[in-house]
Write a protein that binds this ligand. Structure first.
Ligand code: HEC
Ligand code: HEC
Length: 288
């Protein structure tokens, strides 16, 4: 009977720590933030449908390829990485996958008003210009032109993009990922100057911060680091899941193995507890 009482005392205190103390400590160290918003509800809605054929010419006229490459359509980046880094601070990403990577309401705002979509208005203004120039329209209805350009980017985007490509097109212009032998496309010095800090290597991020943190952080960096220079990247939920899964694959290769070990260790302990108990009964029986 005494053992049972002790067992309940142990269970009680374990439960208090597990459900009371740990979650409280967690909430203090990682303050709760609203869940990721893949609708980008703070931005105006894109109301037009867009025509990809018109978009093809309007995309060219809008001058996007003055800065960006579009490799899938045979258009290489207009500058090499060194020149681009020196000109913009960062190498503008290739747009071959942009139509599938990014949310379309986000894209619509990005094209017209980059600093607003990227949430970097605190870093850029009329005197300190953002390197991506806003699109002011081609003389017609700007909403329609933007919708056409997006329809074009969507029409040329591959339907199934790999995790690696999502990472490459959305993150690699700033971050290293040394465990996967990936290095930022931009030159270190201009990038650090542009960002005001060196973007960290992402190899161990999944273990340092956890998937839950990354889910809200990537969707909106300002939620966790108010005033940070990392832009909101505008990934769709699907693309973001791919990036996180890729970071998991690179940084936490042993996760599946580790998790599979848990039940085995528990099973081992339960069997040995039973054996120890039976043994104890046997010994005491002989003593009495
Ligand atoms: C004057 C150069 C310039 C022009 C013109 C330009 N961009 Fe950009 N664009 C950039 C730079 C630089 C970045 C990277 C900014 C950063 O990461 O801080 C960028 C980023 C982007 C991104 C990635 C945004 C994200 O969320 O990660 C997309 C998509 C994009 N541009 C689309 C376009 C489209 C479409 C056009 C034409 C309507 C265009 N850009 C015109 C320079 C330009
Ligand atoms: C235009 C450059 C740029 C792009 C693109 C970019 N980042 Fe960052 N990122 C930064 C900078 C700069 C920091 C450092 C922020 C700080 O300390 O304020 C950072 C920090 C981070 C951090 C650390 C957060 C923390 O709490 O310390 C993570 C994780 C991260 N980025 C993930 C990503 C992922 C994933 C992508 C692609 C989907 C991405 N970043 C795209 C510039 C960028």
């Amino acid at each position: 009977m005494r053992e049972i009482k002790i067992l309940f005392v142990v269970i009680f205190f374990t439960a208090v720590v597990y459900w009371g103390v740990e979650p409280f400590a967690h909430s203090q160290m990682h303050p709760h933030v609203a869940p990721a918003d893949f609708k980008f509800s703070d931005l105006p809605r894109k109301t037009r449908q867009g025509d990809s054929t018109l978009g093809a010419t309007q995309f060219m006229d809008a001058g996007c390829i003055g800065c960006h490459g579009l490799k899938s359509q045979g258009m290489e980046a207009p500058m090499d990485a060194v020149t681009a880094s020196e000109t913009f601070g960062v190498v503008p990403p290739d747009l071959s996958t942009a139509g599938v990577l990014y949310d379309e309401n986000f894209l619509a705002e990005l094209i017209k008003n980059p600093t607003h979509a990227l949430k970097v208005e605190h870093k850029f203004n009329e005197t300190k210009l953002h390197p991506m120039t806003p699109f002011y329209g081609l003389g017609g209805d700007i909403e329609e032109e933007v919708a056409n350009i997006i329809a074009y980017l969507q029409s040329i985007a591959p339907t199934d993009v790999s995790k690696e490509i999502v990472y490459e097109d959305a993150c690699q212009r700033c971050h290293d990922l040394k465990y996967a032998n990936r290095y930022s496309a931009s030159e270190d010095e201009p990038l650090a100057k542009y960002m005001g800090t060196t973007p960290p290597d992402l190899s161990m991020m999944i273990r340092a911060k956890g998937a839950e943190y990354l889910e809200t952080f990537i969707n909106n960096p300002q939620k966790h680091l108010p005033g940070t220079s990392m832009p909101r990247v505008g990934l769709t939920q699907d693309s973001q899941e791919k990036v996180i899964s890729y970071l998991e694959e690179v940084g936490d290769r042993k996760k599946a193995e580790r998790e599979a070990l848990g039940p085995k260790v528990l099973g081992f302990m339960i069997i040995f507890t039973i054996l120890a108990y039976l043994w104890k009964i046997k010994i005491w029986r002989e003593v009495h």
